[in-house]
Design a protein around this ligand. Structure first.
Ligand code: ZN
Length: 368
């Protein structure tokens, strides 16, 4: 068996206000590479292309997926939101939330993005693949049931997880979000649930500015099943690895999930324009290895990664390649041209010790 890799060129054509010369994009008019929001197609397409050029793509079980069904969508999103979204897209595109513009094909492409995520999860749960990666676009982890925000139009992972519950493929799922922004949508959807553990590692008060606090642990039956790990800017590689080892992995072990899903953003990169966190491709590789080892121990290795943010077109491809090398165990590598630069910029021992103290305090509070 191989690692599954689910992607579709159409997902790179999602665009909320971009023109090809004088022609609005849509149909057969592909969006231009430049212009518009930071969430542009290049980061994702360059990752797929790098996998192609190195040959790693050929080692993966790659393909597209059918769009998500309305039945699957309705487990997370109300009909009224889906109707508004579909109608606005059909009318030429628009904006229904905060920083989530879409074009005339926006609804169909968002359904395809969610479909990639669900197909990846189901392929993993059925044992068709060793593990899987969905190169979903638009991303999903900020999207609330009736309010899209932060470039996210449908809650890709939540939709996939709910579909897996409905198909009785799982009873307990852990969602680990290492996108640099708080996974506020995923948190909100599962906040009162004890069968879904949600963990978000993020830069404190980056986006959204008013959520992601450590104190937000869930409500009702979900009390204790949401864990936010806000980190100060500049945390760097060692702190991310320490967070995984001291906070994330123990939480996963005590929860004993049937499957682990990772909201895999690469915007903690040291050169990302939307964050200040100093992670390198080695950071994402190491976090992947650690979660793989844990998944092997807890749930027969059932691990699915779904692409979220990541806005440095120069670096996302190498971070993603490192993750897929780890997932697949392939010997094909793509040396990261930014590795030396980011390594040289890591914080010194005093700041790492400060972060270590914060991690210790959070660990004490979790166990209290
Ligand atoms: Zn993000």
């Amino acid at each position: 068996m191989a690692t599954g890799f689910f992607w579709d060129e159409r997902c790179f054509w999602h665009s909320g206000g971009n023109y090809a010369f004088m022609s609005p994009v849509g149909g057969l008019v592909q969006p231009m590479a430049t212009g518009g929001l930071p969430e542009d197609p290049e980061t994702k397409r360059r990752l797929k292309n790098l996998l192609n050029v190195t040959g790693l793509l050929a080692d993966l079980d790659s393909g597209s997926a059918p769009p998500i069904t309305t039945e699957d969508l309705l487990r997370v999103h109300p009909q009224s939101y889906l109707d508004s979204f579909r109608e606005a897209a059909a009318a030429g595109g628009g904006e229904l939330g905060l920083r989530t513009p879409f074009g005339p094909d926006g609804y169909e492409i968002a359904c395809l993005s969610a479909g990639l995520s669900q197909t990846a999860l189901f392929a993993t749960l059925r044992g068709d693949v060793t593990n899987a990666y969905a190169l979903s676009r638009p991303p999903g982890h900020h999207c609330l049931p009736d309010f899209p925000n932060g470039f996210c139009l449908l809650a890709n992972i939540a939709i996939a997880v709910e579909a897996a519950f409905a198909a009785r493929m799982v009873e307990r799922v852990a969602i680990l979000d290492w996108d640099v922004h708080h996974g506020n949508g995923t948190e909100a959807i599962f906040y009162d649930r004890d069968d879904v553990l949600t963990i978000s590692i993020h830069q404190e008060r980056n986006y959204p500015r008013d959520s992601g606090d450590f104190q937000d642990r869930g409500s009702d039956r979900g009390d204790g099943y949401n864990l936010n790990i806000p980190l100060p800017p500049g945390a760097g590689h060692a702190t991310y690895v320490e967070v995984m080892e001291r906070l994330v992995l123990p939480e996963l072990r005590s929860f004993e999930p049937d499957a682990i899903v990772v909201a895999c953003g690469f915007d903690a990169s040291g050169v990302d324009p939307l964050s200040r966190m100093l992670a390198g491709s080695n950071t994402f590789r190491r976090m992947t290895e650690l979660v793989m080892e844990t998944a092997a121990d807890l749930c027969a290795g059932r691990l699915t990664l779904v692409h979220e943010g990541g806005y440095a077109a120069s670096h996302v491809p190498f971070c993603g390649h490192a993750v897929l090398e780890a997932l697949s165990g392939s010997a094909i590598t793509a040396p990261d041209p930014l590795a030396d630069r980011i390594t040289a910029q890591q914080p010194g021992p005093r700041f790492e010790a400060f972060c270590s103290t914060l991690i210790g305090e959070m660990g004490d509070a979790i166990r209290a």
